[in-house]
Design a protein around this ligand. Structure first.
Ligand SMILES: Cc1cc2nc3c(=O)[nH]c(=O)nc-3n(C[C@H](O)[C@H](O)[C@H](O)COP(=O)(O)O)c2cc1C
Length: 379
């Protein structure tokens, strides 16, 4: 039993283009793909990257988004969107698991509640070369609840522990969880400590904690990311209850000064919306938190996206620049020319004819930062 747990609460047990866009297991193909495409060295493993990570976000953190963010920070850990075990076991797994080798360190997040299915999916993740497998225990959406996965599993510690054991037995990469402070009806600090203790007894070492509870009835997922208050002190307390565990704080962190403050109390900080909507926040991460001399430049980032985007567009008729550029709209947020950059790409990138050079043109516009130059580039 772990020290913080209440007595009696212990529980349970073509060419270049084709190389990039076919999606075979990474282990078999990484070397060759790197020779052709590497613009960013593969750094570290998940554990090193967890000091600062980018959150799993459905419909946002797809492979294009991650590749883009990786141009800004080489060291932070990136997470995929949540992938349900049923989708992975019965769907197009090559497409679902495909990523570019430059995305490492990279964690796959799974949604599921069946130990055997989760173990099978964890094995697939490890075979594809992911650096970590994370189990989603924080999503409150009603659809996810209907499937018996996500945050509602915080009410079933024994089941979660069985899932984690099965996953850990299946793979040697770290198996981690992403949780809330609790769920409605089970939201006290003692219940959180008991839950974490139960999972720690099952071997889980790393807990990403979204610093608010989830209200399972009556709130949309979006409301569940703003209505329940942030309670950072409870995450700090959790770390004090379990100094031997790795506790990563998530929720509401918008800049690196805040991250540094939290890092005095916990082992890592995960950024979600801030990293997506103001991606340049990641530009200071490598030097400040990983001691890596990497000072990216926005225009260099655009240049590094051009070959990636052109390869993607050329690989299939239905591929559009907008699939990639939609994740890049915030690149200039906070500085002059941001609006021009967003507008230029939003208006043009969905076209079948749009090539990746549009990214550079949009960058030039934002550099000039004036309506006049918008007119001249857009003619
Ligand atoms: C659009 C969107 C999709 C999300 N999808 C997931 C998901 O798939 N898995 C997950 O664990 N959390 C998901 N989250 C929650 C985030 O990972 C994170 O916990 C939350 O946004 C709070 O962090 P932030 O304030 O830094 O954004 C999502 C959040 C957003 C905004």
């Amino acid at each position: 039993m772990h020290p913080g747990q209440a007595p009696g609460s212990h529980c349970c047990v073509q060419n270049v283009t084709n190389l990039l866009w076919t999606s075979r297991p990474a282990r078999q193909h990484t070397a060759r793909m790197n020779e052709t495409f590497s613009t960013t060295p593969i750094t570290g493993k998940a554990g090193q990257g967890r000091r600062i990570s980018v959150a799993p976000m459905m419909a946002l953190t797809d492979r294009h988004c991650r590749y883009f963010l990786r141009q800004i920070s080489r060291s932070c850990l990136l997470y995929t969107e949540m992938l349900a075990t049923t989708a992975l076991l019965h769907g197009d797994r090559e497409r679902l698991l495909a990523y570019s080798p430059q995305e490492h360190p990279l964690a796959l997040q799974l949604g599921g509640s069946d130990p055997d299915e989760l173990a099978a999916c964890a094995r697939l993740a490890a075979d594809y070369g992911y650096d970590e497998v994370n189990l989603n225990l924080g999503c409150p959406s009603s659809r996810v609840q209907q499937g018996g996965i996500g945050a509602c599993l915080m009410k079933q510690p024994s089941r979660v522990a069985s899932c984690l054991q099965a996953m850990q037995d299946a793979v040697s990469v770290p198996v981690t969880v992403k949780i809330r402070l609790g769920v409605s009806g089970r939201s006290s600090q003692q219940e959180l400590v008991d839950f974490v203790g139960c999972l720690a007894n099952a071997g889980c070492q790393t807990f990403v904690v979204h610093a608010r509870i989830a209200i399972l009835e009556g709130l949309s997922p979006q409301e569940n990311r703003s209505v329940p208050p942030l309670e950072y002190e409870r995450v700090y307390q959790l770390k004090r209850s379990f100094p031997e565990l790795e506790i990563i704080l998530n929720g509401g962190v918008t800049d690196l000064d805040q991250a540094e403050t939290h890092l005095r109390e916990v082992d890592g900080v995960m950024l979600g919306r801030a990293a997506y909507y103001t991606p340049w926040v990641l530009s200071g991460v490598d030097e400040r938190f990983f001691g890596q001399p990497h000072q990216p430049d926005r225009h260099q980032v655009l240049e590094s996206m051009v070959s990636y985007a052109n390869a993607y567009i050329a690989s299939r008729d239905t591929h559009r620049l907008s699939h990639i550029s939609r994740h890049m709209l915030g690149l200039f947020n906070g500085i002059a020319g941001a609006r021009l950059f967003r507008r230029y790409l939003s208006e043009r990138a969905h076209s079948r004819q749009a090539t990746a050079e549009l990214l550079l043109q949009a960058g030039e516009l934002s550099r000039a930062g004036s309506t006049q130059s918008y007119m001249s580039v857009s003619q």
